[in-house]
Design a protein around this ligand. Structure first.
Ligand code: FAD
Length: 182
């Protein structure tokens, strides 16, 4: 079981948390529910004809909590990346083997770690959302500031989570379920 800290509680962070906690990893999500989703009303999230952004967040938080992730209603003030990760809030610090940054529009913590940005202000990541720092992922709007949609951030969180699941398992992983027996 790996320890994973996720900074940011929008669709990107909560989606990563869902996949990782569902597969038995120790997941802590930091965020104070200040996501842009609270200003949104969605008509373009496939599978959901219409939903208010705040209601979407409330359902997502309950879903993640039910799979055992810890949701901490705190702002992260600093992160370090030496021998694993240390994440600090006013209440203290936690350490983790993996860090996922999903800060939204202004990726302040990613910048303090010296992560490279492209000329659009996007933090540079690969197709699994790996950053240039080993075991550190940047997903969602921080990696795609000018083409941001909830479903894209949720997909990015899931992609990063599957990459972590695969690294831990030492082989490719797919989180596929089938209908319950009647
Ligand atoms: C007015 C408006 C309407 C929109 N309408 C739509 C729509 O109809 N459909 C659609 O698909 N998208 C819509 N969007 C865009 C959608 O909200 C974003 O694409 C989505 O929220 C991005 O998700 P994310 O997880 O990448 O980032 P965010 O949702 O921005 O989440 C980032 C989270 O990280 C938290 N955070 C940042 N730093 C820290 C820290 N140091 N410590 C703790 N937490 C931290 C933030 O508070 C925030 O909660 C709309 C946005 C706005 C503003």
């Amino acid at each position: 079981m790996a320890s994973i800290v996720i900074v940011g509680d929008g669709p990107g962070g909560l989606s990563a948390a869902l996949f990782l906690a569902k597969n038995g990893h120790e997941v802590t999500v930091f965020g104070t529910d200040k996501t842009a989703m609270n200003y949104a009303h969605l008509y373009n999230y496939l599978g959901i004809p219409e939903i208010d952004g705040t209601e979407f967040q409330s359902i997502a938080r309950r879903q993640v909590d039910a799979f055992g992730a810890k949701l901490r209603d705190e702002e992260v003030t600093s992160v370090t990346a030496e021998d694993g990760f240390s994440v600090s809030t006013e209440a203290g610090s936690v350490t983790a083997e993996y860090l996922i940054l999903t800060e939204g529009k202004g990726p302040k913590l990613a910048r303090t770690l010296g992560l490279k940005e492209d000329d659009t202000g996007a933090i540079v990541v690969d197709r699994d959302y790996r950053s240039s720092i080993e075991r550190l992922y940047v997903v969602g709007r921080s990696a795609r500031p000018h083409r941001s949609q909830a479903i894209i951030s949720a997909g990015a969180g899931a992609t990063a989570a599957l990459d972590i699941l695969a690294r831990e398992a030492g082989k490719d992983v797919q989180d596929w379920d089938t209908p319950p027996e009647a």
